[in-house]
Design a binder for this molecule. Structure first.
Ligand SMILES: [Zn+2]
Ligand SMILES: [Zn+2]
Ligand SMILES: [Zn+2]
Length: 326
């Protein structure tokens, strides 16, 4: 297993990872009895027993040990697939979904995201930490037991690089954060806003890639998801996330959710050196939720461009009308 860099697009590709076909067992590997106790990285207590448990993935895409082994093959670059791949078990209850959890429970899940991101960012080998959740069989979820996953990589994923570049450029020209500007315009126009709570807003982005795409973010500027602003009320974020996902589950059986936060500030060299100087002012964390509505989506056949059959204004209108607590 190794990482290869496409010299044209500069994106890294994990090559040679064959998923071990999980032997069908009656025992759920995410239920408390199966979790390897000596490997637990984080536990967050609930009202009674532990609610959230984090431990290393059984079949990781990236391995935590070792040096990067960056090397060249002619004009090509490659390195070892070093990184971290963790499973965040959101609840000890086997059938309980994130949408069924109380706000404080959802908040605990997001606390676990933040705590693990902050911890992995201390490792100087890692440039980026991604937290994501695949929900529903169509999303490629690994287990039905409610979970999220975290991946720390020695490179910045391509989509994040695009965002960093665009955010820095916008800031250089206007001295403002592009995400803050987007939020201000969306709040003013209102047509794509799905819901708000406290300092947080959920809206369908202007150029939504799929029907019912929703971003959830803070209305006040902050580049680091894992470090809330002083006085930030993350219970409000949890409540808004819960309501948004409960709306989405009425139009879609599956979704991908990903947290985008700024890369590690330890990275002041290499490909990030141009970014870190203004990153605290120009980047802004956000959740991107991409429902899987169409099973035969055109974006599969013509992958370079997204084809979205639904206007985000219409998507936001439909989502607003749905009961957030069905
Ligand atoms: Zn289970
Ligand atoms: Zn901002
Ligand atoms: Zn993003």
């Amino acid at each position: 297993m190794e990482l290869r860099k496409d010299p044209i697009t500069r994106s890294w590709v994990v090559t040679g990872h064959r998923e071990q076909a999980a032997a069908p067992t009656e025992v759920c590997p995410l239920c408390a009895a199966s979790i390897p106790r000596d490997k637990v990285l984080l536990r967050l207590p609930g009202d009674g027993p532990t609610q959230v448990t984090v431990f290393p993935h059984f079949d990781p895409l990236y391995r935590i040990e070792g040096e990067l082994g960056r090397s060249a093959e002619g004009l090509y670059d490659k390195m070892r697939a070093v990184g971290a791949h963790e499973i965040i078990v959101e609840t000890p209850e086997h059938t309980r979904k994130l949408t069924e959890m109380r706000d404080e429970e959802i908040e605990r899940v997001t606390q676990a995201y933040g705590a693990r991101i902050a911890d992995l960012k201390k490792d100087p080998r890692f440039k980026y930490v991604t937290v994501f959740k695949n929900f529903g069989p169509l999303s490629g979820e690994d287990w039905t037991h409610s979970n999220s996953q975290l991946i720390a990589t020695t490179f910045v994923p391509r989509r994040i690089l695009y965002e960093l570049r665009a955010a820095r450029q916008f800031f250089q020209e206007k001295d403002r954060c592009v995400f803050c500007d987007i939020v201000r315009q969306e709040m003013k126009q209102g047509v794509r806003v799905v819901d708000t709570q406290g300092d947080y807003v959920a809206f369908c982005p202007y150029a939504s890639r799929v029907p019912f795409e929703v971003w959830v973010m803070a209305r006040k500027h902050n580049h680091l998801f894992e470090t809330p602003r002083p006085g930030a009320n993350r219970r409000n974020l949890a409540a808004l996330l819960g309501r948004t996902l409960r709306r989405l589950q009425q139009v879609s059986v599956a979704y991908h959710m990903v947290v985008h936060t700024a890369p590690s500030v330890l990275q002041t060299k290499g490909e990030l050196s141009d970014y870190w100087r203004t990153i605290a002012d120009d980047y802004h964390w956000h959740f991107e939720i991409l429902p899987i509505v169409e099973t035969r989506s055109k974006s599969y056949s013509i992958k370079e461009v997204y084809f979205n059959t639904m206007l985000p204004e219409e998507a936001a209108d439909r989502l607003r009308r749905l009961d957030p607590n069905p």
